[in-house]
Design a protein around this ligand. Structure first.
Ligand code: B12
Length: 617
């Protein structure tokens, strides 16, 4: 990370005197412009979730963390570990750029999204989340927003943890962190399992009547070394393996060819060097990621005809530079990515390879004391469709002390997925060499301020997404466009010992051709979190209202549109420090045992209890 002090002192002049979102004004973020800066110098709506916050919510999955954030809507085909789509501000799941420590998470699927739902909660030390386009900084994929999951902790403590819960839930985790002179070494492991419940109770196939459990094993190791005052480096490796049971839905034509189990392996190796002196800083990061996903019939096992295997390797190098200039800074860099995918069935093996290079330039400057201006531009070169440019600009004006108005415009794009572009014989999908990237334009206007104890922000935005890629039985085509309008209000307030965090969001995502609302997104959502301490007992109550949404009933022919009802959900979490090292935690999720669906025909968990303890040393 870029040295704190030099940058902070330069940017503190531009820092807005109110404090945006739920982070403290001096919270440093790295995701907005790829260098460290105080969160209140970022003009786009930004949220930071710390490990402490995740422990307070007692979130067991990455989705349980994300659902609490403004602008996020999630549909999931069942409970823990099941396939899920995360829609930011009403955009599609593939329009979110998912980063792990600043490195893009591979997109192995035909649907061109990263498997965010497979990422174990144990790896998350922090999440930085930006709403709105960021392609002008990151390139492909950052249309709806960016979710950067950070695995490295600044803490130097070790911890062991164990927990149990209803529906056969168990978790065990341990982290050892030790400083050896200028080196900090971390080794961690986690195991999580649940017997869960039957995700498709309406299936007409007997074999689907079982419970659809989930199991995860995670390993993490890292070395961080300080070479001198201005140079530090790191080496990090982590891996996880997930096993997920799911359902076919109806009696299959051939059980061997009807997968109902997924075995997923992921490993990631990252290394980097950072230099920072006076007003200049630079970082070089290299990453190698590898994943394997088997889908197979649980009746026949993984080594039988009918198993599909998707293997993906991604190599990535990033070189970024930042220079403090006047009351602001300029950054420039280059990144290179190579994606290799092999999708195998018993009959076929489709192999794909693609190299992408991107060059970016971003600048931020304070002018006239109260105005901050920002601009970024980026060109990406793709082997298939050539160069693609994106840009964005934003202005912030602190018109009265403690109140800031922001206005921004940005373009974004998403390169077609490898299988979309080059076809997939195993699914009978032809290649479409003319496939173009999906493109977006977004306007956003916001006002934020601190009024008494309340720190609030209201934003309204309008997206236009063109060249949307859709599919039929033969292939993928750029056929659609969508318009999404939205309004969101976020506020944080402390009343005595109680902290409140409230989000109100309204979105109207529409298919331009049919003028129909996009599926699986709720128009209205309320997210309210209250927390506090009573005589050392920490408590947290979460309320979430998810408005009605539309989905498809695939069980009829032709399939038909169905409405999923709105739902109010309450969660209650408490924690108690028995000693300064030992904390016990308890949680009831879905307190009133509400039945609801976020994907038609797929059940959700109902009320769940968990009890856990952690010991820090
Ligand atoms: C349409 C569909 C497909 C289409 C996707 C077309 C595309 N986008 O390119 C096709 C036929 C290609 C497909 C493939 C697979 N699918 Co599929 N698919 C569905 C289905 C019926 C509807 C999804 C949808 O349209 N949602 C509506 C839109 C508005 O929401 P969305 O968030 O944009 O939906 C996107 C994602 O669901 C994504 N998607 C679809 N399937 C899969 C599978 C995975 C693992 C991922 C990450 C994403 C994904 O594509 C959708 C459209 O872009 C769902 C069942 C359901 N009722 O939801 C199963 C479902 C999501 N698929 C499933 C599976 C297992 C697969 C396969 C792994 C099957 C296999 N053995 O190969 C493959 C994955 C292939 C690959 N390498 O990517 C399972 C996931 C189960 C789980 N818990 O993990 C589901 C839930 C069906 C089931 N058996 O219960 N699928």
């Amino acid at each position: 990370m870029i040295k704190k002090l030099s940058l902070l002192s330069a940017l503190s002049v531009t820092a807005f005197s109110g404090w945006a979102q739920d982070s403290k004004p001096d919270t440093l973020v790295v995701t907005a412009n790829r260098f460290q800066q105080p969160v209140n110098t970022v003009l786009a709506p930004t949220d930071v979730v710390t490990r402490e916050q995740i422990d307070k919510w007692q979130s067991k999955t990455v989705l349980d963390v994300l659902r609490r954030l403004p602008g996020v809507d999630i549909s999931q085909s069942g409970g823990m570990g099941q396939q899920a789509s995360v829609y930011i501000r009403g955009t599609d799941a593939r329009h979110a750029l998912i980063l792990m420590d600043g490195v893009p998470v591979p997109r192995p699927n035909l649907s061109n999204e990263s498997n965010l739902y497979q990422i174990p909660a144990a790896l998350i030390q922090r999440i930085e989340y930006i709403r709105g386009p960021r392609s002008a900084v990151y390139g492909s994929g950052a249309i709806g927003g960016v979710i950067n999951i950070i695995t490295e902790s600044q803490e130097e403590t070790s911890q062991i943890e164990a927990g149990v819960g209803s529906k056969g839930y168990q978790e065990y985790a341990g982290t050892l962190r030790q400083r050896f002179g200028d080196t900090v070494a971390t080794a961690a492991g986690a195991y999580q399992t649940t017997k869960a419940f039957n995700v498709q109770p309406g299936s007409t196939w007997d074999h689907d009547g079982d419970r659809d459990g989930f199991r995860n094993k995670t390993f993490f190791g890292s070395l961080q070394h300080t070479f001198s005052d201005s140079v530090n480096g790191f080496f990090r490796g982590y891996g996880y393996a997930n096993n997920i049971d799911y359902d076919v839905g109806s009696p299959p034509f051939s059980p061997a060819y009807s997968a109902d189990e997924n075995q997923y392996y992921n490993q990631s190796w990252d290394t980097g060097l950072r230099y920072s002196a006076d007003s200049y800083s630079s970082q070089l990061i290299a990453s190698f990621q590898k994943l394997k996903s088997y889908n197979y019939s649980s009746l026949y096992g993984r080594y039988h005809d009918g198993t599909t295997l998707d293997r993906m390797e991604q190599r990535y190098i990033q070189w970024g530079n930042n220079l403090i200039v006047g009351h602001g800074s300029v950054s420039a860099g280059v990144d290179w990515k190579q994606e290799k995918l092999t999708a195998t069935t018993q009959a076929d093996a489709d192999s794909y390879k693609r190299d992408t290079t991107g060059l970016y330039l971003t600048g931020q400057q304070q002018v006239l004391d109260s105005v901050t201006l920002e601009a970024s531009g980026r060109e990406d070169h793709d082997e298939q469709f050539g160069w693609h440019g994106t840009w964005q600009t934003a202005a912030g004006w602190e018109f009265v002390e403690g109140y800031r108005a922001t206005l921004s415009y940005g373009t974004g794009f998403l390169a077609p997925g490898l299988t979309q572009q080059f076809g997939s014989p195993q699914y009978g999908i032809a290649s479409n060499p003319n496939l173009q990237p999906e493109e977006s334009r977004q306007w956003e206007a916001g006002i934020e301020g601190v009024t008494g104890p309340l720190d609030w922000r209201v934003s309204t935005w309008r997206y236009k997404i063109d060249n949307l890629i859709s599919y039929d039985n033969d292939g993928y085509y750029n056929v659609k466009s969508a318009t999404i309008k939205g309004l969101e209000w976020t506020g944080n307030m402390a009343t005595g010992p109680v902290n409140h965090q409230l989000t109100l969001q309204y979105i109207d995502p529409r298919d331009d051709e049919t003028d129909e609302r996009l599926l699986r997104r709720a128009r209205k959502q309320v997210k309210y979190d209250i927390s506090g301490d009573v005589a050392n007992l920490g408590w947290d109550v979460t309320y979430q209202y998810i408005g009605e949404r539309y989905d498809t009933n695939f069980n009829t022919f032709p399939s038909e549109k169905v409405k999923l009802g709105g739902i109010s959900l309450w969660d209650l979490a408490v924690s108690y420090p028995v000693t300064s090292a030992l904390t016990v935690r308890g949680k009831i999720a879905n307190l009133f045992d509400k039945e609801y669906e976020t994907v038609y025909g797929y059940a959700t968990a109902g009320r769940e209890y968990t009890l856990s303890g952690s010991y820090t040393f």
